[in-house]
Structure formats: C-alpha cells, structure tokens
Design a protein around this ligand. Structure first.
Ligand code: CO
Length: 129
C-alpha cells in the first residue's frame, strides 16, 4: 500500500461559518462534530481523503494556542501509512522529533502520532494507518 493523504487539518475560529463554504459551494458531505484534544472537529468527505475543520473548545488547547500564535489556516497534514509502528521506528532512527512517542487514539478513534514541525521543515505532520 502506498502512503496516502488521510486528511488536512484546518484551524478555524468559527467552525459553522467556515463549514458554509464546504457545504454551500462544494456540496461535500460532513460528519461530526466530535471533540478530540480540546477541539471541535467536523470531517469533510473528499473521497479517500478528508478535510478536518478544527475549532478550539478552549483557548489553552493545542488548536487554541495555534490560533493565538499563527491565526486561522492550515494546521497539519495527516498521512496514512501501511504500518504506523514501523513508520515511527523509522522516524526515531532518522532523528525526527516525535510529539507522540507511541501511537494514541486520535479523531474517529484512529491510531495516530504527531511529528514536531521543527524536524519536518515547518509542517506539523500526523501519521495514521
Ligand atoms: Co488530524
């Protein structure tokens, strides 16, 4: 299996207002919201990939802190890999900084782990399988 783009995570201050473009212009189906890592998340269906709109539930959540520092916009890219444990082992061996040392439950109950953007040329990368 080739790696694929599982989803793009977009940080927004007003989820309902942001969602209007996707439903009224693009007409894509949405699922949610669900609450994970202090964020209200809506999933938008783009076939094998999704867009996740992430609105902070609290200002001290990761998304809340991101919005305060960087403003709304692209927050992370999530790649689906065939074997998450093997991918994390490769990251460790090659010196990438892991935010999550071991896979944990993310949105939709998927096993996920984040890599620190300082070691990935500025992009917050999430891996899932
Ligand atoms: Co994500």
């Amino acid at each position: 299996m080739k790696p694929t783009i599982a989803h793009l995570g977009i940080a927004v201050t007003d989820l309902d207002a942001a969602l209007a473009f996707y439903t009224n212009v693009l007409g894509v189906a949405c699922r949610g919201p669900e609450y994970v890592d202090g964020a209200r998340i809506v999933h938008l269906d783009f076939g094998e990939s999704e867009v996740e709109l992430l609105e902070p539930a609290t200002s001290d959540s990761p998304i809340g802190r991101f919005l305060a520092k960087r403003g709304p916009g692209l927050h992370h890219v999530c790649y689906r890999v065939p074997d998450l444990d093997a991918a994390l082992a490769a990251c460790r061996e090659l010196g990438y900084t892991l935010i999550d040392d071991a896979p944990r439950a993310g949105a939709s109950g998927c096993r996920i782990a984040f890599l620190h953007p300082k070691s990935t040329h500025g992009t917050l990368i999430e891996l899932t399988e």
